[in-house]
Design a protein around this ligand. Structure first.
Ligand SMILES: [Zn+2]
Length: 497
């Protein structure tokens, strides 16, 4: 009976978030705990397990999983070492398995090791050797490296943004791994790297221009010789040497098809690059527009997007609202451990004066607010996107005049309404809601909004890419360097059988 090891390590970081990620920012599960963590959850590992369950001839060996509770800053070296130790200990313990599925992200980086995923794969090969098939799944925001491809038999990636195919990506990975294991296919991988960083609405695969590139890659994957295909756009905030965009195609021994299509998709992408950015409204103008808007108004502060790696403690919008005397009702999230602590000390119903914002990222100035503590809770809730438990740590709801603040100790993802709901707040009952995420599923905020504005606030995940100050990614790269040129080069990878 073939035995298949499953390991997981998922985190996405912003190098511009000064707050280092730590071991305790990850949910760790080992052995059977890994199965429990993914049972009934729409994750990649959940999708892979569902496929393996349909194949009673294979035995699943659950290894080690480290899942970041949410995105954050660069992971501290010592903490990454501890994660790698757990990950590789599971590989060592089960080194005689017949195949391996790794559910990774691709946009994790430690202080010294900038290609965490490539490192884990390289070290795994040292343990299991070259003959054990490994399929690796990644987020399309992952930073693809040669090392990741070299040590995987095939790489599988998301096809959707906003991401709604975690489960399907795991299913596709598992099916491909089974085919490789049975010797049915002989994968050849082609990568074309494109010196471009992109952002914005046109990247929404269902409605944006970029969707055409992804559909063309999917057509290769679904064709008679296709095994896997897609495009990586990288997380533009993960400032590492290999940061760029990539086409990746894997075919069954059809190098020509993969090369031809990958180059064509890359050229198509390059031609549309100027459309792949996010127009932003200056902050002061945005608040002026919002104050005169009629109906439900959404202010998108993607510069402080916790799911892209920002700290979640930006006070920039609040500062501008106070400066302009904004009088409409507002619902706004903050990550602010000292404010939560003050609320817990004072108790529900108490009046407290607390500084809000800038608790983690020193670029933001704390703003003293006189608040009433409306709610205290442990910060654990089931999210509406895929049903897993998110944990903001001790959390509170603070009210100050027309402002309602959801305040957590730790960052949680804000790409849906889960945190607001968890604190009993329906965003649509407010005049204004601040959404700290570049994109959510349209029905969540955009469709009900009468006024929807992407504001140009400062932050570690600003779509104003030139404002960030990249120092590590290879140059020139568009749009940081306007005169960047592109000549597609197809790089071919093939493992011995
Ligand atoms: Zn992503």
């Amino acid at each position: 009976m073939p035995r298949i090891l499953i390991n997981e390590c998922k985190q996405e970081i912003s190098s511009f978030n000064p707050f280092l990620g730590r071991y305790h920012d990850f949910a760790i599960s080992v052995g059977r705990e890994l199965l429990d963590a993914h049972r009934g959850v729409g994750s990649e590992a959940g999708g892979a397990l569902a496929v393996f369950r349909q194949h009673p001839e294979v035995e699943v060996v659950p290894g080690f999983s480290a899942r970041a509770i949410t995105s954050g800053g660069t992971v501290a070296d010592a903490d990454f070492a501890k994660i790698a130790e757990g990950f590789l200990a599971a590989v060592r313990q089960h080194k005689d398995v017949d195949a391996i599925y790794f559910s990774l992200h691709g946009a994790m980086a430690a202080q010294t090791e900038h290609d965490v995923e490539g490192y884990l794969l390289q070290e795994t090969r040292k343990i299991v050797g070259e003959r054990t098939p490994i399929v690796t799944s990644l987020d399309l925001h992952g930073i693809l490296t040669d090392r990741i491809i070299l040590h995987s038999n095939a790489v599988v990636l998301y096809h959707t943004y906003p991401h709604v195919d975690f489960f399907e990506t795991g299913e596709r990975s598992a099916r491909l791994l089974l085919r490789i294991l049975k010797g049915e296919v002989n994968p050849v991988t082609v990568r074309v790297a494109i010196p471009a960083l992109v952002r914005g609405n046109e990247l929404r695969t269902a409605t944006g221009k970029w969707g055409a590139c992804v559909r063309r890659a999917i057509a290769v994957e679904n064709g008679p010789k296709g095994l896997s295909g897609g495009m990586f756009i990288g997380n533009p905030f993960t400032d590492v040497p290999d940061l760029c965009s990539n086409v990746l195609l894997v075919t069954d021994d059809d190098r020509e098809l993969a090369e031809r299509e990958a180059v064509a998709i890359a050229n198509e992408f390059w031609a549309m690059r100027r459309h792949l950015h996010q127009p932003l409204t200056p902050l002061d103008e945005g608040i002026r527009i919002a104050s005169q808007a009629k109906g439900y108004t959404v202010l998108v502060d993607a510069a402080d997007a916790t799911s892209s790696g920002a700290s979640g403690d930006s006070s920039a919008i609040l500062a501008e609202m106070l400066r302009q005397g904004y009088s409409r009702t507002v619902l706004m999230p903050f990550v602010d451990p000292p404010a939560v602590e003050a609320a817990f000390t004072a108790g529900v119903g108490a009046h407290i004066s607390v500084p809000l914002g800038g608790a983690l990222d020193p670029r933001f100035a704390p703003i003293e607010m006189d608040c009433t503590v409306r709610l205290l809770f442990d910060g654990k809730f089931r999210n509406e996107s895929h049903g897993s438990i998110w944990d903001g740590g001790p959390s509170t709801l603070l009210e100050c005049r027309n402002y309602m603040f959801t305040v957590t100790t730790k960052a949680v993802s804000l790409y849906d309404r889960s945190l607001f709901y968890a604190m009993g707040q329906n965003p649509e009952t407010f005049d204004t809601v601040v959404v700290k995420s570049p994109h959510c599923q349209p029905h969540m905020f955009e469709q009900p909004a009468a006024c929807y504005l992407n504001v140009d606030a400062p932050g570690a995940t600003s779509a104003n890419l030139k404002s960030l100050g990249h120092t590590r990614c290879r140059r020139p790269i568009f749009p940081l360097d306007e005169n960047t040129t592109f000549e597609p080069v197809a790089k071919v990878f093939r493992r011995g059988r």
